[in-house]
Design a protein around this ligand. Structure first.
Ligand code: FE2
Length: 235
């Protein structure tokens, strides 16, 4: 039995999901923080060197989740472009940083074998992608606006629309989530509430896109340390 399946087979009270604001979903149990999110300690900040000497073998289109490969049919749903910069605690851009992003499809289901949701899969939706920051620390993704999903049917708990990000540099990996301002499910989402004072930093506001075939655009800047840092899962 896989670790994830083993986790699901336990009674709810025994799962490692007892957060101070209640249990959250079971689809990402190994990723979801069990404690309030934390600022990276000073010493760790100094040693976090998100610079990779050897670039991973990225293929064209890996940062476009709206189709499984360039030239293939589009996934269903509204297209959103997310861009931003990654900076260190002194505001310096972090170049050559590998960023992975994944999110649910138009109906709130992940392209993942362990997602137990009954919502439909979209054969045209890549669902996860990656890119590398440029010399100015910039990144860019195109995806489908992710629907909220019912993470805990037993208690009617929904996760708000969100996108997951992973930053890899050297031997370090930081994982975080981005949320959409105004989502009605934010108030009862344990992951979002655990951000505490840093909630604002993780909220993005979408705007109409002037680009053909793209519905909306948004900016999500990531800061590793500093006065207003992005918060990362303790994993
Ligand atoms: Fe998620």
């Amino acid at each position: 039995m896989s670790e994830a399946a083993d986790e699901r087979s336990r009674p709810a009270a025994q799962r490692g999901r007892q957060l101070e604001v209640g249990e959250t979903d079971i689809t990402s149990s190994l990723r979801t923080p069990k404690e309030r999110l934390w600022r990276i300690p000073e010493a760790a900040r100094a040693s976090f060197a998100p610079f990779i000497e050897r670039l991973p073998a990225l293929r064209i289109g890996e940062n476009d989740l709206t189709r499984i490969a360039p030239g293939r049919p589009m996934a269903a749903g509204d297209v959103i472009e997310v861009r931003g910069t990654v900076r260190d605690c002194l505001g310096r851009p972090l170049r050559n940083l590998l960023i992975e992003m994944w999110g649910a499809n138009k109906w709130g289901r992940y392209t993942h074998a362990d997602d137990p949701a009954r919502e439909p899969l979209d054969d045209n939706f890549l669902g996860f992608g990656r890119t590398v920051t440029d010399d100015d620390g910039r990144y860019f993704f195109r995806t489908i606006y992710p629907a909220p999903y019912l993470a805990r049917p037993d208690i009617d708990r929904w996760r708000p629309s969100h996108l997951h990000f992973s930053l890899v540099g050297g031997s370090s990996r930081l994982v975080t989530q981005m949320y959409f301002a105004g989502d009605k499910h934010l108030a009862k989402d344990p992951c979002f509430q655990l951000l505490g004072e840093a909630q604002e930093r993780h909220l993005i506001t979408v705007a109409p896109s002037e680009r053909e075939g793209v519905d909306t655009k948004a900016t999500f800047d990531i800061v590793v340390g500093g006065r207003s840092p992005t918060m990362f899962d303790q994993s």
